[in-house]
Write a protein that binds this ligand. Structure first.
Ligand code: FAD
Length: 410
């Protein structure tokens, strides 16, 4: 104002103003979805002002206007040979996509996470609106508002945390926690993050990053990430669990960095929040529940169509062995023109042994976190005392337990 310029800073990227929610919660961010919902209420209505054209840039004085950087300038190398992701950018496409999703009122009314097929790639099981929300091509308030319109026109509909509007509330939840948590994106100095002594193993990390773990379900997801920049939520669960507390015991920050670079919906608050969650470093503590890299995907896609699409070298592997090609006899490998260790790797770890070891190490880390917390405060820590109040992002405790029970390694 001193210069005679009025500054207007609207909160428009999230449903609610993070500062407002934190104030209402006594100066601290709500650390559970339920406590967030209890405080939040209904989000403000979206602003329905339409602009027919952007104002001209005007005189920029001594500053030069630069063109949009090329993909190469952004450091992504030669992408000319890459498969083009099937998602187009921009607001027009965002609105078209949202309308197409919401047109199916029954689908919206029955939407229930974590139900939905993570292997669906020709027709993804969720809206794929995350990249548009991330880049501001779609307003989360407008999306929320349009979902409410659908709810008003049907008799019954699912409710948060599992419903479609509940997903947008998850998005806001992570924004609120990050806003009020110093060092939210790291283990060091992050009060809500369990201190777990993750291992260093560059070879295993690179195999995971490059989709060469030897587990086709995991590798197909990592290749989809590299090619499309988007994968279904439960696919993200599978690979982040395997990297961290499930099998490889590698630091969640390393996996977070890979996602941050490659996701087209890469979002600082949501990505970090979910990595904290999946690594059982915060929010979710049932570390003994581990996704099997073999049986989890098979449940949704027994023929392995998803694997065949993203890993062409396995396209002719027989249905019986598509999730575990290393167990097939040589005659099957030859018939499929895919020899294990030559054309496709064998598993970098044995899942049964590795997951058992991970559970043991997580148990030790949790015990040591409890001890540290007891000795520093003289009482049990909030983290260890806090009862797990909801299951997965959107799942009830019992539904995620059921989901994982069918895919547990033991
Ligand atoms: P829909 O199911 O259609 O949901 C609609 C919107 O709700 C999404 O677009 C998203 O904005 C929001 N939403 C849905 N699930 C979540 C969730 N669990 N947490 C927060 N918001 C959610 N999502 C990102 O947008 N950016 C990320 O960088 C990101 N990183 C992730 C990392 C890991 C390890 C995991 C497990 C999940 C991550 N997610 C991230 C959350 C989730 O997987 C995606 O938001 C979702 O898959 C996007 O697909 P969609 O738009 O079809 O979702």
């Amino acid at each position: 104002m001193a210069s005679g310029i009025e500054v207007f800073t609207p909160v428009s990227h999230t449903l609610f103003d993070p500062a407002d929610i934190i104030n209402k919660n006594g100066g601290r961010p709500p650390l559970t979805y339920q406590s967030f919902i209890a405080i939040a209420g209904e989000p403000p209505a979206p602003i329905f002002e339409e602009y027919s054209e952007l104002p001209p840039v005007g005189d920029t004085g001594e500053y030069e206007l630069l063109p949009v950087p090329t993909v190469e300038e952004l450091g992504y190398g030669d992408i000319s040979q890459e498969e083009i992701p099937p998602f187009r950018g921009g607001e027009t496409e965002a609105l078209r996509r949202m309308k197409a999703s919401l047109q199916d009122k029954e689908w919206v009314a029955k939407f229930e996470k974590p139900k939905g097929d993570p292997s669906g790639f020709l027709k993804p099981a969720t809206t794929v609106l995350s990249p548009y929300l991330k880049f501001g091509c779609l307003s989360s308030r407008y999306f929320y508002h349009c979902i409410q319109d659908v709810y008003r026109s049907v008799r019954n509909y699912t409710k948060p945390p599992v419903s479609l509007s509940g997903q947008l509330l998850w998005r806001d939840f992570f924004y609120k926690v990050f806003f009020g948590t110093p060092n939210f994106d790291q283990i060091k100095g992050n009060k809500i993050c369990k201190q777990i002594p993750w291992s260093e193993n560059e070879e295993l990390f690179v195999a995971w990053r490059d989709g060469r773990t030897g587990y086709p379900w995991i590798d197909a997801i990592m290749i989809q990430l590299r090619k499309w920049g988007w994968m279904h939520h439960l696919a993200r669960h599978s690979v982040s669990c395997l990297l961290t507390r499930g099998d490889l015991f590698i630091h969640w920050e390393k996996g977070r960095d890979v996602f941050e670079r490659l996701l087209i919906d890469s979002d600082w608050a949501i990505n970090n929040g979910n990595w904290l969650w999946l690594s059982c470093s915060s929010f979710f503590y049932q570390y003994h529940r581990i996704y099997s890299p073999i049986t989890f995907g098979k449940k949704y896609d027994p023929n392995g169509n998803y694997i065949r699409h993203f890993i062409p070298v396995l396209k002719d592997m027989s249905r019986e062995y598509i999730y575990e090609p290393w167990t097939a006899p040589l005659s099957i490998h030859k018939k499929a023109k895919c020899i294990i260790c030559k054309d496709y790797p064998k598993p970098v770890v044995d899942h049964d042994t590795a997951s058992k070891e991970c559970r043991k190490r997580m148990g030790e880390a949790y015990a040591s976190n409890r001890l540290d917390s007891n000795s520093s405060k003289g009482k049990p820590s909030n983290l260890s005392r806090r009862k797990w109040s909801h299951g997965d992002h959107g799942a009830s405790n019992s539904s995620i337990a059921k989901l994982l029970r069918t895919s547990r390694s033991e």
